[in-house]
Design a protein around this ligand. Structure first.
Ligand code: SF4
Length: 382
């Protein structure tokens, strides 16, 4: 592909019948559309259920009244504009307000709705905060998509962060390897920058966002290999999305492709209840079954992902279920005392979020108190 051209006008999509465009345009008045000629070329327009189409083309059901503007309550952990500090060791910098495409299920739609207060404004102030919080060892650059910035600008952020003694890892959360892998394959300066930091002993993790194996094109695979060749560590995370990857075979295929490329699946997220997301969300218990079935089809290396929910109180891992009960564990917790806490809830097949579980059966801290197993037994049997 010679040139990447961004497309934000539904009228320019030849694969969509004219009769459908009016309703899609109505959606884009609320939630913008953005893609490019490369990503759109991956769509099989003869298949109305094509997963790539589902991921990027608006759906009239997005206008259903559902969800929250800030479902994980990121606002609560925003210590300065564009700087979030929820977990002790990790800080998030929202360095970009644009993405290579707009995922229809985006959980940060608020960034595209004109709410700019979440974007980094004063980097020196944010850096000062990070310098004074020695417990922070990791900084995640996110947004929006940090790879939408020029390499020069990205390097200024990373250089300043690595100049802080206690910052050992900078993560770049990006979907550009799916939306536009040419961002990597055509920019040698990006690779040289990562190599320089790697040689200094500072690791750059690239957190990719492949949601379906069809995004893993030969060009995407080349981008992955180039990044790995200069010492970047790649891991993948994606949400479980209705019509995109809500199928054990497809999810397993994605896990396999990632593992074969040396990109461990890291997290599979429960789709957040963000505004417009009703049509994309899969109930937690159904999602858990899909996830477990997918894992059963792949090797240990391909099933390293955890199925988690980025809840306001922490990252809750969905760890199991019985006929009547659901089991959750805080993989990361906003309050340190919740770390590892185990929660047993009465099942609710209609639950899309932790708050939909009303009845708590029991909860234990990580260090299980004496007799806790007895409590568990009786909870299971009751
Ligand atoms: S890449 Fe991330 S921030 Fe950008 S639209 Fe997709 S989910 Fe939202």
């Amino acid at each position: 592909m010679r040139e990447i051209k961004y497309i934000s006008n539904i009228d320019r999509l030849d694969g969509i019948p004219e009769s459908e465009k009016a309703s899609l345009k109505e959606v884009t008045q609320q939630y913008i559309f953005r893609s490019n000629n490369y990503y759109l070329s991956l769509i099989d327009w003869t298949d109305p259920s094509d997963p790539i189409r589902r991921l990027i083309i608006p759906d009239p059901k997005e206008l259903d009244d559902w969800g929250y503007i800030d479902p994980s309550m990121e606002d609560q952990y925003t210590v300065l504009p564009g700087l979030q500090h929820k977990y002790d060791s990790t800080a998030l910098l929202l360095v970009s307000k644009v993405c290579g495409g707009i995922c229809r299920y985006c959980f940060r739609k608020r960034l595209f709705l004109g709410r700019q207060s979440d974007i980094l404004r004063d980097f020196p102030a944010a850096l000062g905060y990070i310098q004074s919080h020695k417990e922070i060892t990791n900084v995640l650059l996110t947004g929006g998509d940090p790879l939408m910035l020029s390499t020069g600008k990205l390097e200024r952020f990373i250089k300043a962060l690595f100049a802080v003694d206690h910052i050992r890892i900078v993560r770049i959360g990006t979907k550009l390897l799916s939306f536009n892998p040419f961002r990597v394959t055509r920019d040698p300066s990006l690779l040289e920058m990562i190599k320089r930091f790697n040689e200094m002993g500072r690791k750059i993790y690239i957190v990719t966002h492949f949601s379906h194996v069809r995004e893993f094109t030969p060009e995407a695979a080349r981008a992955v290999a180039l990044l790995q060749s200069v010492g970047a560590v790649l891991i993948n995370q994606c949400p479980l999305i209705r019509g995109v990857n809500d199928n054990p075979e497809q999810l397993a295929e994605l896990f396999r492709a990632l593992a074969f490329a040396g990109v461990p699946p890291y997290y599979v997220f429960q789709c957040r209840p963000a505004i417009g997301n009703r049509t994309y969300a899969v109930p937690i218990e159904e999602g858990y079954e899909i996830f477990e079935k997918a894992k059963a089809m792949v090797s240990g290396l391909a099933k390293r992902a955890r199925f988690v929910m980025s809840h306001a109180t922490g990252k809750l891992e969905i760890v199991g279920k019985t006929e009547e009960l659901m089991f959750f564990k805080y993989h990361r917790a906003a309050r340190n005392e919740d770390s590892g806490r185990f929660l047993i809830m009465v099942r609710n097949p209609q639950a899309y979020w932790f708050d939909d579980y009303e009845q708590i059966v029991d909860e234990y801290p990580l260090a299980w108190p004496q007799g806790a197993l007895g409590g568990l037994d009786s909870a299971v049997l009751s």
